[in-house]
Write a protein that binds this ligand. Structure first.
Ligand SMILES: Cc1cc2nc3c(=O)[nH]c(=O)nc-3n(C[C@H](O)[C@H](O)[C@H](O)COP(=O)(O)OP(=O)(O)OC[C@H]3O[C@@H](n4cnc5c(N)ncnc54)[C@H](O)[C@@H]3O)c2cc1C
Length: 511
């Protein structure tokens, strides 16, 4: 037994540094990898970084997932690596074992845990690699890039860099995590100026399924660099992102509230803003939110406007700001402050559902989505603590064009298809007994919206991965060419399909 453990250590260290896999055969002969052996072996390699259910860091980690559905899954142990070498070692151990006890050491990869659905970044009875200690924020000497760890919240990143007069494209809500957001695409207040967040990645540092650590840039491992821009957790564990930085001072932003009577005018205003006529104003960022009040059985809107210049009430928002409003928090402030404001309306620790759709820019389509939601939400009247909102976000042509200039991405969005808009449904509720009904009603809204889109001729295949529900298929939404290319990249960098089978969470490339 003792020999087996030390041989495992030697073999895995070799693997982590790119050594011969043949070492594993010896371990197999000695029966080192037995059912359930992964956590003890991980503990030996990574002392003080592997936690079981009776240890406080295990529960702290679980409690820090955003949704209750993720909090409710109980891995056998949670690994909290401190460095990319730790991640490499953990992966080498886990993937070595998988060869001999298939399915025994399944694992999940967690950034900061903001995906709502159970199993995206956690795993029942497997091993969860929680990257929250990989939270470096390193500003390049010339301030042209910032290298960030996947376990950061965007708040931590902004707190470090905003006082230095720079920003990076990142989450608009302070608490959200870096890892998942960048790998799924990422929409920031600056997206019309610099593209999706993934378009701004100069370098990914990645731990492959073998345990090997590689860099992926436009010049080296280019196929992997492209695949990670939208490919989520299908290729390895990203341990650092080097992001392009831009100079940025304070700007104008906040929320304005409106009553239901303004909705028709708002949909028209949204379509005009997204279309640009003749050009989209690149400083404009809008999240148009329509919120159901279950108590009064009525709707209101609370729209987030950001204009990334210190200019109050720019012309681009005039069709909204001239409407009668119910409240306003508009002000000139900094990025960190605005993202903290958005966090207040997105607290952690509740049952949550996201689902999404993408449509061609159309006020009529927005109205259809709203009408279908207005119909289906009534069936949730008996759901305790229900909160229900529709968010619409412009995807103007200038945003879709940025990918090409940045060397491409894997989202499969052709600027010729634009302008588009993104639709996000968010539902929050209290009891697990309502999970099935909430999911059924979200699916009904999506299906009926797709049918309406077909009728109006405004359908689009793209689904934003970071907003997609478990029952949606955002990888298919990238288009068959992109999917085929992602599959080829997976076979090249992960020939055993570790991130397809042994990491079952997230949206996978193969059926
Ligand atoms: C309140 C709230 C606000 C949001 N605001 C925005 C926004 O402004 N803009 C936007 O674009 N999106 C936004 N989102 C969506 C957000 O992008 C996703 O929830 C995203 O997954 C968050 O990243 P995370 O690291 O916290 O997620 P996690 O749930 O930890 O990870 C998501 C997926 O990515 C994988 N993953 C994470 N890190 C790594 C890694 N380092 N290597 C390999 N795989 C990894 C995980 O395995 C998982 O499958 C928001 C979400 C919430 C809940």
């Amino acid at each position: 037994m003792k020999w087996g453990i030390w041989a495992t250590i030697a073999a895995c260290l070799q693997l982590a540094s790119g050594g011969e896999q043949a070492q594993l055969d010896g371990l197999h002969q000695k029966g080192t990898f037995k059912s359930g052996s992964c956590c003890p072996v991980l503990r030996l390699f990574l002392p003080g970084k592997v936690f079981a259910a009776d240890e406080p860091p295990y529960n702290e980690s679980l409690k820090s997932y955003w949704s209750v559905q993720e909090q409710e899954l109980h891995p056998r142990c949670i690994v909290r690596p401190d460095s990319s070498n730790d991640v490499s070692l953990a992966v080498a151990i886990l993937t070595a074992g998988e060869r001999f006890i298939p399915g025994r050491c399944q694992f999940a990869v967690r950034g900061r845990g903001h995906t709502p659905w159970a199993g995206a970044a956690n795993i029942e009875n497997g091993i969860t690699i929680d990257l929250s200690n990989l939270n470096q924020v390193l500003v390049a000497e010339d301030k042209s890039t910032v290298t960030v760890g996947p376990g950061n919240s965007w708040h931590r990143v902004y707190t470090e860099i905003v006082p230095q007069g720079i920003v990076v494209g990142g989450g608009r809500v302070a608490i959200v995590g870096v890892g998942g957001l960048v790998l799924g695409g990422g929409v920031s207040f600056f997206s019309p100026r610099i593209g999706f967040v993934c378009d701004t990645v100069k370098r990914f540092e990645v731990v492959l399924a073998s345990g090997k650590i590689v860099n992926a840039t436009q010049a080296a491992n280019t196929d992997l660099w492209l695949a990670l821009k939208g490919g989520s957790n299908n290729f390895g564990i990203v341990t650092a992102f080097e992001l392009e930085a831009i100079e940025q001072g304070d700007f104008w932003g906040g929320f304005i509230g409106f009553g239901e009577s303004t909705f028709d005018a708002q949909f028209v205003a949204f379509e005009a803003l997204t279309a640009g006529n003749p050009e989209y104003d690149p400083y404009a960022s809008l999240i148009a939110n329509y919120v159901w009040n279950a108590t009064s059985q009525s709707w209101y809107s609370a729209n987030n406007f950001e204009y990334t210049r210190p200019q109050p009430y720019p012309e681009v928002f005039a069709n909204f700001t001239s409407l009668p409003s119910t409240f306003s928090t508009m002000r000139i402030s900094n990025l960190t402050d605005f993202t903290v404001e958005l966090s207040a309306s997105n607290p952690a620790g509740q049952r949550q559902l996201f689902s999404t759709g993408t449509y061609h820019n159309s006020a009529k389509m927005m109205k259809k989505v709203y009408e279908i939601a207005n119909d289906t939400v009534r069936d949730l009247n008996g759901v305790s603590g229900v909160k229900y909102s529709l968010s619409f976000q412009p995807e103007p042509v200038i945003l879709l064009e940025k990918a090409k200039a940045a060397g491409g991405n894997s989202l499969g969005l052709d600027p010729a298809e634009g302008p588009l808009f993104n639709f996000l449904l968010t539902v929050t509720w209290e009891s697990a007994s309502d999970d099935a009904l909430v999911s059924q009603k979200a699916q009904e809204l999506y299906t009926r919206s797709e049918t309406a889109a077909e009728g109006l001729g405004v359908q689009n295949k793209y689904l934003y991965l970071n907003y997609a529900a478990e029952w949606q298929d955002p990888i298919a939404g990238y288009g068959s060419d992109v999917k085929t290319s992602l599959q080829a990249t997976s076979k090249k960098y992960d020939p055993r399909g570790i991130f397809q089978k042994q990491v079952p969470g997230g949206f996978k490339l193969f059926p």
